[in-house]
Design a protein around this ligand. Sequence first.
Ligand code: R5P
Length: 319
Amino acid sequence: MNDLRFFSGTGNPELAQKIADHLGIPVGEMLVRRFLDGEFYVQVNQSVRGDDVFLLQSAAAPVNEHLMELLIMIDSCKRASARRVNVVMPYYFYARQDRKVRPREPVSAKLVANLLTVAGASRILTVDVHSGQIMGFFDIPADHLYAGPIIADYLLKNIPLDDAVVVSPDVGGVARARALAEFLGTPLAIIAKRRPAPNKTEVIEVIGEVKGRSAIIIDDLIDTGGSVIGGANALLERGAKEVYAACTHPVFSGDAARKLVESPIKKIITTDTIPIPPEKRDSKIVIVSVAGLLAEAIKRIHNEGSVSELFSQHWNSQS
Ligand code: R5P
């Protein structure tokens, strides 16, 4: 593909290879090394002068390392006279710190937007960002993709949906859950939860009819697993027949994967925006790929085509 160059940081090499395969081009050669004190050294091993460069990096752990690596990659490409530096960030760094809730808190998601822009990013492409307002933190073009249709496709093919109900694990996720429910033609229920402390959740109430139904909890991410496991228990206590959980970003911090596998959740459907290390994988955790979606969006951006046309109205109206 004429002057399209695709490079990857070290955050998600498996996804990078899949995207490159879809694009039909190799992952570009970029040397990423460390100095003894931990500082990164990046060198683009081929000319990108005048090229439309796409850099893939996802906020996988260790998050701060991957963020710094990305910023230096952007700088290298910019200084090598790339025409555009498009950052492909399937899972956005610091997305949950998107507003000030208490005094003297940072808005780290905005800081990330500033850092990317100052480093030289021309455009951002991300998937299911925690809150839509983050896209407005950028004064450069920012494209937003939805993994909903890919997750829905798995559900349609593998889960009996006749008596299903889609459940939002919190009030903030209602638009996402409603899009999935409307697409699948199921009713919607909402869990009202509160966070007594960061990474802790408590279910207060379930709004909607779940008794005798297969409940599908849909979230943007699963981190500790507290929200979906707490939600699943609350749904089962209220008579749900079985519970599935789906999310776009499998953060799976600490022993979350084990907790999910041991929980009453029947299956966890997630994507490869973040790599799941082999020791955290299990037959109960299904991974569907966003590689084809990202590759298609990259092609469209490169060819100045529409990205929103990739999605039907269900998904485009969820923010
Ligand atoms: C919260 O607003 C998010 O959408 C997720 O529900 C939350 O971050 C998941 O975290 P955990 O798995 O630790 O409950």
